[in-house]
Design a binder for this molecule. Structure first.
Ligand code: SF4
Length: 317
C-alpha cells in the first residue's frame, strides 16, 4: 500500500513539474519561452492538448520491439525538429492529427495493451512529455503494466528527461548527425549532436543496455542511426561516441531506408536513396568502432522495400 501511495505522490509531483515547464516552454532544447498553458504556440506548433495522428499495433519496428504481437504505437502530431527529409512529414510538419484529452490518451494505451501489444511506443513524444506523463499515470492506475517506449528524434532537454527517470522503460532515440552543418541544413538544429550526446547519455544512465526476455525488449536503450547519402550524417563519429562514451554493447539499428521525401528534392546531394556501398561502409564503421549489438538491414531488401527486414547482428554483410 505504501509503495502505491509513494508511486502516486511521485507521479503527481513529476506531472506538476512537467506542466510547469510549459509555462515558459522549455520542454525541448528550443526553449521557446511561450506559455503553452495559455494556448501559445512555439516552434513545434504543439498546444496544451496532445494531438495524435494514429494509434495501432505496429509490426515494422525492430524485432524486440514489434515481436509477434506488435508494438503499441501512438503517433504524435508536430515535432521540435524540421527534417527536410522527414518520412512522416504530414504528421510532424503539416499537422495531421486530432486533439485528444489526456484521459483519451490513457484509453489508447489501455486499448493497445488489451490487444496484446508488447509495449506502448510513443512516437515523437518530446513536445508532449507532460501530457503523456499525466496519461501514463491515469492508465497505470487502471492497470497499464507493459513497458513504455520513448521513440524520439533524440533532440531532448535534460530537464525533461530527468522527469521521466524510472517511468520510461525503453529509450529509442535517433542519433541523426555528428555534423553540425548537416544538422543545421537539414533539421534546423545546428546544436543537434551536442544536445543529442547529453540526452542519450542521460537515457543510458536511466535504463542501461537493452535487456530482453525471450527476444522481447523489456528495458534499456536502442539507438537508431539513419545512413544518409555522401556520409552526410557523419556516421563514424556517431558510432565512436556510442562505443566509447556509452558501451560497445549498446544496441544500434543502422538504418538503410533513407529516401528523398518531403523537401529533400531541393537538396541535390540528398535527393536519392543511399547505395549498397554507402550502407556497407556504415556497417564497417560500426564494427570498426567496436559496436557488437544491433540491427542491420537485410541486404536484399535495401532499395527495394520501404518496410525493411532486420537481422540481429552487425556482422557478416
Ligand atoms: S516543446 Fe515546442 S514550444 Fe516547447 S520549447 Fe520545444 S519547440 Fe518550443
Amino acid at each position: 500500500m505504501k509503495v502505491l501511495q509513494n508511486f502516486k505522490a511521485v507521479m503527481q509531483g513529476r506531472i506538476k513539474k512537467a506542466y510547469k515547464l510549459m509555462e515558459k516552454c522549455c520542454i525541448c532544447p528550443r526553449k521557446c519561452g511561450v506559455n503553452r498553458l495559455k494556448g501559445q504556440i512555439g516552434f513545434c506548433k504543439a498546444g496544451l492538448l496532445p494531438m495524435v495522428s494514429s494509434f495501432h499495433a505496429h509490426f515494422g519496428e525492430e524485432p524486440p520491439i514489434s515481436g509477434r504481437s506488435g508494438s503499441g504505437t501512438i503517433f504524435f502530431t508536430h515535432c521540435s525538429l524540421r527534417c527536410v527529409f522527414c518520412q512522416n512529414h504530414p504528421i510532424s510538419q503539416l499537422g495531421s492529427g486530432k486533439e485528444v484529452s489526456v484521459e483519451e490518451l490513457a484509453g489508447m494505451m489501455l486499448k493497445l495493451q488489451a490487444e496484446g501489444c508488447h509495449n506502448i511506443n510513443f512516437v515523437t513524444p518530446a513536445h508532449y512529455m507532460p501530457q503523456i506523463l499525466k496519461a501514463v499515470f491515469i492508465a497505470k492506475e487502471l492497470g497499464l503494466n507493459i513497458p513504455l517506449v520513448y521513440n524520439s528524434g533524440g533532440y531532448e532537454s535534460i530537464e525533461a528527461l530527468e522527469i521521466l527517470d524510472g517511468i520510461i522503460d525503453i529509450y529509442m532515440p535517433d542519433m541523426k548527425y555528428s555534423d553540425s552543418s548537416s544538422a543545421k541544413k537539414y533539421s534546423n538544429a545546428p546544436d543537434y549532436f551536442e544536445i543529442n550526446k547529453i540526452a542519450v547519455k542521460e537515457m543510458y544512465r536511466q535504463v542501461g543496455d537493452l535487456k530482453m526476455d525471450r527476444g522481447i525488449a523489456k528495458k534499456g536503450l536502442l539507438i537508431r542511426h539513419l545512413v544518409l547519402p555522401e556520409d552526410l550524417a557523419g556516421s563514424q563519429e556517431v558510432f565512436e561516441f556510442i562505443a566509447n562514451e556509452l558501451s560497445p554493447d549498446t544496441y544500434v539499428n543502422v538504418m538503410a531506408q533513407y529516401y528523398s521525401g518531403y523537401l529533400a528534392d531541393k537538396y541535390p546531394e540528398i535527393d536519392r536513396r543511399i547505395t549498397a556501398r554507402e550502407y556497407m561502409e556504415a556497417i564497417r564503421l560500426a564494427e570498426k568502432a567496436g559496436l557488437k549489438n544491433g540491427f542491420r538491414q537485410v541486404m536484399s531488401t535495401i532499395m527495394r522495400k520501404r518496410i525493411p527486414e532486420w537481422t540481429d547482428n552487425l556482422k557478416g554483410l
